[in-house]
Design a protein around this ligand. Structure first.
Ligand SMILES: [Fe+2]
Length: 262
């Protein structure tokens, strides 16, 4: 099968959206359900990440919603994932996540839709109040425990750190479940200041975020330092033809994302 050719202007407009808001969305990216167009797009951004146990010749994950899906596969579980960016528990995080809707949720557009929020806007929202500014200070200055598996020793990171341009711009590492599980493992309980900070970021994302419909053929690309995303509750009735998304990741960008010259 030949590699799909992507229009340069399509890639350029996605890069511009990623640079300015931390995510890019197309309601009709491609009819290609094989994942080849998605991989071609990923390859145009940078080196494609190879997840463990995935065919290196086709490094695409396919979602299979199920009532009993593992907590380690949040994209397969029925409930909303919650605001997060991907690989929040990895020291070295793939730069971009790409999600493509091969098949929509059978219960209609309010199921399985994406939510997205620009971290710049989330931080602006927090900076508007004294409590929010205190949360930013806490998240910048405190090493916090994270755990994706909810087991073993947590990893410690700052939830906010300088990333990208212009200088001083903050990148975010956030996943409420992983931060709460990390806190339980590290301290035996969730300290009030961690719970308050996670809730404040999630609340700000609720204020500035958007719901994006996920029809067949839709694409969402997220910058893992500069946006948060979520997937709303999805149908897991095995008698129905369930939502299917294809996921792949860009490990490192060929070129930093930058706004085009005015
Ligand atoms: Fe995700």
């Amino acid at each position: 099968m030949s590699t799909p050719v992507l229009a340069p202007e399509c890639v350029a407009s996605l890069r511009a959206a990623l640079a300015s808001q931390g995510y890019a969305y197309l309601s009709a990216f491609s009819p290609d359900r094989t994942g080849l167009a998605l991989l071609a797009l990923a390859g145009s951004f940078g080196s494609v990440y190879l997840p463990p146990d995935v065919d290196p010749a086709h490094p695409v994950l396919e979602s299979h919603p199920a009532a009993d899906a593992s907590l380690l596969a949040p994209f397969d579980r029925p409930e909303a994932i919650g605001w997060h960016n991907d690989f929040s528990t990895h020291a070295d995080r793939p730069a971009l996540s790409l999600a493509y809707l091969a098949r929509p949720d059978p219960l209609g557009p309010e199921h399985g839709a994406w939510r997205v929020a620009s971290c710049d806007r989330v931080l602006d929202q927090l900076r508007a109040t004294r409590d929010g500014r205190e949360v930013i200070r806490f998240l910048r200055e405190t090493d916090l425990p994270y755990s994706f598996t909810g087991d073993g020793a947590p990893s410690f990171f700052r939830a906010l750190e300088p990333r990208g341009s212009p200088p001083g711009r903050l990148g975010m590492r956030l996943y409420g479940r992983a931060m709460r599980d990390g806190a339980r493992l590290a301290y035996g309980t969730i300290p009030e200041e961690i719970e308050r900070a996670v809730k404040a970021v999630e609340g700000a994302a609720n204020q500035v975020g958007h719901v994006l419909a996920a029809p067949a053929g839709a694409l969402l690309v997220t910058d893992n330092w500069h946006s948060l995303h979520d997937r709303l509750p999805q149908c897991v009735d095995p008698k129905l033809s369930l939502r299917c998304s294809l996921l792949c990741f860009v490990e490192a960008l060929h070129q930093p994302l930058a706004l085009p010259n005015p």
